[in-house]
Every structure is written in C-alpha cells, then in structure tokens.
Design a protein around this ligand. Structure first.
Ligand code: HAM
Length: 422
C-alpha cells in the first residue's frame, strides 16, 4: 500500500507555492522597509525553553508539544512557535548591543493539535519581533506594518482585535478578582476551566464552550483593572493606531494562549475560515527576555499563520507565469538549433517546456495543451530551411511564421501584452 503523509502534515503543492512565495516576498519587502532583518532559528530547541516561556499550564506546553529525548537523554522539542527561540538567540548572541533588534522569521512550527481546516500539526508562520523598545508607538507601528502587508496582498474582511493584559503589578490584582468570580460559578464551568481557576484563570475567558462563555459573561474586565502605566500605554496605542487609520475592536476577553504577554495583545481574524479564523496574533512580552536570563528588555511581536493566510487569499496560484512550449520535430540540426533557442529563452527568464522523447507534432501539441502553454514554438526541418519558426498562440488559436532571429523579441512582446491583458 502506498505510504501517505502523517495527518496534520501537509504537502504544499506546485499550484500553491507561487502564492506562498508571493506572500513571503511581499512580507520581506515591507518588513525591510520598517527596518527588520531576517533571523533563521533552529527547528529544535531544549524543551525547557518553551516550558519556561510559553507557560507550564498552557495547552501548548501541557499537551501539544512534539517532545523527545535525544541519544544522550536531553529533552528536545520541535518548536511550537518562534518567539522563545528568537529571545534565546537574542540573549545568546548579545543582540542587545544594538538599540532595538527588529527580527523576522519564516518557517514551520509543530503542535499536536486536532487537525481541521486551518489547523495543522505542522504549520508555517511568518513572525516578526522587536526587542528593546517600550514605546506604545512601536506597538502601533508594527500593527500598521502587518495591516499594510495584508492590504498589499489585497486581503479582504480582516478585523483587528486588541486588548491589554496588564503587567506584573495590575494583573495579579485582576486575577484575584477573576478567580473569586469564577469560583462562584465553578459548577457552570467545563472541567478544563474548573481546573484552571487556580492555575490560569484568564484562560477561562478564552474557552470556546458555550457554558463557559455564558457563565463568564458580565465578569470583571481586565481593561477596568489596569494600573496607570498600562492604561496610559493602551490609550496611547489606540491613539497611534487611529492616527494611522486603524480602528481596532477592543476585546477584553481576548487573553491569548501563551503566558508571556503583558500590556498590548492582539488577534487579527479573517472571514470564511470557520472556527480557526485567527490569521495573525501577537503582542507585547516585556518580561520574557529577563525571565530567560537576559537583561530587562521590552518586546513586541506577532506571527501570521501561512496556511490560513493562503486560504483567505483563495489558495490558488495567481502568479504562475505564462509558459512557452517548444516543439522540436526531429533530431540533428533541429535539436541543435531548437536546443539553443530554448536555452536562450530560458536565460532571459521565459518559462519554457519541451518534450524529452521523440513524439510527433500531435503528441507534442497535446503535451503543450496539458501543461497550459500560452504559446507553442514549432521547429522542424522545413521551418529551418525557410529560416523561420512557427509560432502558435494557444489562446487565439492562430499560427504564423516568425523569422529565426526575431523569435525572442516577438515572444517577449506577445507575453507582455498577454500579461497586461490578464
Ligand atoms: P499563536 O497565536 O500561537 O502565537 O500563533 C500565531 C498564528 O499562527 C495563529 O494566529 C494562527 O494563524 C497560526 N497557527 C497557530 N497554530 C496553528 C495550527 N495548529 N495550524 C495552523 N496555523 C496555526 C504565536 O505563535 C506567537 N509566537 C506570536 C507572537 C510573536 N507573539 C509575539 N511575537
């Protein structure tokens, strides 16, 4: 029996990779103009890094990590996200020597979640992190950059939700209020949330169970419990966002599934993704660098889910270039001359396909059609004797002779007028 890929691990096929490449190129261009540089982090890290940063009582650390021991018994984990590895690299390579490190990364992450549309066990993220900047202006600027990327990609129907998760000063006070509120409603909560009352009560606000949503409705809101510094920060972020034309929805129930956040937290949702509708998310994590042994460093970042973004953009390959098929009718001089035309066209960036056997014209035309070629260049002994090639426009169904020396020029013109018309 044929072997299949593991459930939740996807092949990204040629029909999709063009869109993925376009997203990545656009992200690189825009992030570059906001001063970001790329960092490449390992796919595997010590388990401790994720347990200490994401939080021992989060779903990710409790039940979603791909953890294994290497041959020496060290516990390793396939990265479930990129923020902790970036912070580890920042501390290890002393990137704090510079005023603010602005770093982005792209690559696969791994979480043992139940696979469904938009949720996979291997998924790709494009993430960006700024380490060493506390200003609310930075939060707003990074959100502006992310929204600009979505705008450039012509992504429609996205909503920006923001919240403040407070800091080490105000969150414990809020947690106490929330715990007391949840305790009174313990019986109405799901088993998971009951267990979490003492461990991680904020997670109860994010529970998808309708009983928990109902039971926690009208509970204490974090935005009413912020200290002066956190409140001022939140107001300033909203002000800056508004000046750049962004009007986010304030969502005090949005608490994020990772424990390292403080102050600003956000999620961007898209339409038509079903339950897994968060296409990008992130926020401020001012305590994490210190927590992992580095200097006190305020940070802000986000990650985009590539599969979800590609689904929202229609998944198709909008950028696949026009293809030219060169049909050679014979060997010898035809192969010599035709081969050099193919090489010249390819070196000029034209996508050219050919037949590798000795099929006749009919078989080669069929192959060209199946490949979706826009034009077919036909070269046989008869054409060479007349110093021409035959050029067939597959869309229009017309055919004409083109002098041998002019084929590149004529094809370039035809391809660019086809691009302009599409
Ligand atoms: P996150 O919310 O866990 O945050 O993931 C960010 C995005 O990755 C999600 O909004 C979603 O689009 C995508 N994603 C997450 N899990 C899956 C999955 N199983 N299948 C498909 N897509 C998924 C983080 O990872 C943080 N590191 C973001 C961050 C960066 N915060 C600060 N800096």
């Amino acid at each position: 029996m044929a072997i299949k890929a593991i459930r939740g691990f996807n092949d990204i096929l040629p029909g999709e990779t063009g869109l993925w490449a376009r997203i990545e190129e656009e992200a690189k261009r825009i992030f570059g103009s906001y001063g970001f540089s790329e960092i490449r982090i390992p796919v595997v890290e010590k388990t401790e890094l994720f347990a200490r940063s994401i939080g021992e009582t989060t779903d990710i650390v409790e039940k979603e990590m791909y953890t294994f021991s290497d041959r020496k018994g060290t516990s390793l984990t396939l990265r479930p996200e990129g923020t902790a590895p970036v912070v580890r690299a920042y501390i290890e390579h002393q990137l704090h020597a510079r005023p603010a490190a602005k770093l982005y990364y792209m690559g696969p992450m791994f979480r043992y979640e139940r696979p469904q549309k938009g949720r996979y066990r291997q998924f790709y993220q494009i993430g960006a992190e700024v380490l060493g900047e506390a200003s609310p202006l930075l939060d707003a600027e990074v959100l502006e950059m992310l929204m600009l990327l979505f705008q450039r990609l012509e992504l429609q129907g996205v909503a920006l939700n923001i919240n403040s998760l407070g800091c080490g000063l105000c969150r414990p006070r809020y947690k106490e209020r929330l715990m007391a509120f949840l305790e009174e409603r313990r019986e109405a909560l799901c088993e998971n949330c009951r267990r979490r009352i003492d461990e991680n009560p904020l997670r109860a606000l994010d529970c998808k169970s309708s009983h928990c949503i109902e039971a926690t409705d009208g509970g204490p809101s974090i935005v009413d419990h912020l200290c002066v510094e956190c409140r001022d920060h939140f107001e300033a972020v909203r002000g800056h966002l508004s000046r750049s034309g962004l009007e986010p929805l304030i969502n005090p129930r949005m608490v994020r599934g990772l424990d390292y956040y403080s102050k600003t937290a956000f999620e961007i949702t898209g339409e038509g993704l079903g339950a897994q509708n968060t296409v990008a998310a992130g926020g401020r994590y001012d305590g994490l660098v210190k927590e992992l042994g580095g200097p006190d460093t305020p940070c802000f970042g986000f990650a985009i889910g590539m599969e979800r973004l590609a689904l929202l953009l229609g998944g198709g390959d909008s950028t696949e270039g026009a293809l030219v098929f060169v049909a050679l009718l014979g060997g010898g001089e035809v192969e010599d001359k035709g081969g050099s035309i193919i090489k010249d066209l390819r070196s000029k960036g034209v996508a050219v396909e050919r037949d590798y056997g000795d099929g006749g014209l009919k078989a080669q035309m069929k192959r060209a059609h199946k490949m979706g070629a826009s034009f077919v260049v036909i070269i046989g002994e008869d054409e060479l004797a007349r110093g021409v090639v035959a050029l067939k426009d597959m869309g229009a169904g017309t055919q004409r002779d083109v002098p041998l020396g002019e084929i590149e020029e004529v094809l370039s013109g035809a391809l660019s007028s086809q691009r302009a018309g599409s």
